[in-house]
Design a protein around this ligand. Structure first.
Ligand SMILES: [Zn+2]
Ligand SMILES: [Zn+2]
Length: 352
């Protein structure tokens, strides 16, 4: 572990003592260079902890347990006014600066700037974040569960509930059963989608998906067409919503081909910059097949985080089953190795 300097919270900011942080594929994309990230940076964008100190104008009381959202919507830009806070132009632009909302980092080492990742940098003992990132945790939900709600769970369940608005009895498949895909499986099961076809390369992940509510498992093999054909067979002729959670264009094509008439491929995974998804064009009008994009589950953290935590607390959404391993913060490298190896379910870093 490395010691860094952290500036005190400025106006509209909060200092949070972190207790748990989930390790997400996007962090790995930042390390591997798949997603350009301003460096040097402290990674981590799933986190939960306790507010220690707040800056001017912040009403959050020190001592409040919070889950962190990585999208502090401004509430005033065109997208926010359209009631699409997850697409907030200001927050998305600010994220790329590697600073907080003023573009400046609060982290440094011997006077040199160290950048933030998605406003949070939760692989740390403490973080200074925009106060709008902090959503209070009610009902004593464990920090490790709350941390996952901050990204994977909201992204996966939100794609099902908010972006697609899946109804009971609608047919669903989920391609890519990592933290987001598994959350989509949980979300689909919770609203009574049927069947729910899980698709992955890994038998271990498919077994985990079945245990979380998937009704069928299809192993990815032989390319998009062949895999889609097996999904169509397993689902009785194609699905209403095919969720793609890998970011690979092959998987996006499979999602499209797995739908039935009027069905939609819901693309969640972020493809590499410049990637092009080629689709059989005629089927779009002829079968009214659709493609929907989904980012952060089309969510409103202030509304959706408490709802997810309450569903968990009442035993109606088994989010604890997403946690496979718990490691101390200084074992972050090991956590990334586990993720690279394609292990099923989530690794959570714990800060004492
Ligand atoms: Zn994430
Ligand atoms: Zn905005």
């Amino acid at each position: 572990m490395t010691e860094l300097e952290l500036a005190p919270p400025g106006p509209g900011e909060a200092l949070v003592r972190l207790h748990a942080a989930g390790v997400c594929h996007s962090d790995l994309n930042a390390i591997d260079g798949t997603a350009p990230t301003r460096c040097p940076a402290v990674l981590g964008h799933e986190g939960a902890g306790v507010v220690e100190q707040v800056g001017a104008g912040v009403t959050l009381a020190p001592g409040t347990p919070v889950v962190l959202s990585w999208l502090p919507a401004c509430g005033r830009c065109e997208q926010c006014v359209r009631d699409l806070p997850h697409l907030c132009a200001i927050a998305w632009e600010g994220m790329h600066s590697g600073g907080l909302l003023d573009g400046q980092p609060r982290l440094s080492r011997s006077g040199d700037p160290i950048y933030h990742y998605c406003f949070l940098s939760s692989f740390a003992e403490r973080a200074v974040v925009p106060a709008r990132c902090c959503v209070p945790i009610a009902g004593g939900v464990p920090f490790e569960i709350a941390a996952l709600v901050g990204c994977a769970v909201t992204t996966g369940t939100g794609a099902v509930w908010r972006t697609a608005a899946v109804r009971p009895g609608e047919r669903v498949c989920v391609i890519g059963c990592g933290g987001v895909g598994m959350s989509a499986v949980l979300g689909a099961a919770a609203v009574g989608a049927d069947p729910i076809v899980a698709v992955d390369l890994s038998d271990e992940k498919l077994a985990a998906a079945l245990s979380l509510g998937a009704t069928h498992a299809v192993r990815w093999a032989g390319g998009a067409e062949e895999t889609a054909e097996r999904v169509r067979a397993a689902s009785g002729g194609g699905v209403d919503y095919a969720f793609e959670a890998t970011g690979r264009t092959e998987a996006g094509l499979a999602a499209f081909l797995a739908t039935r008439a009027r069905g939609a491929a819901v693309l969640i995974g972020i493809p590499a910059a410049g990637a092009v998804l080629e689709l059989p064009a005629q089927q779009i009008p002829r079968l009214e097949r659709r493609v929907l994009g989904s980012v952060y589950g089309s969510a409103k953290p202030e509304r959706d985080f408490p709802a997810l935590l309450a569903l968990y607390a009442r035993g109606r959404l088994p989010l604890d089953r997403l946690v496979a391993r718990r490691l101390p913060l200084d074992a972050a490298e090991e956590a990334f190795d586990i993720l690279r190896d394609g292990a099923a379910l989530r690794v959570v870093l714990e800060m004492n």
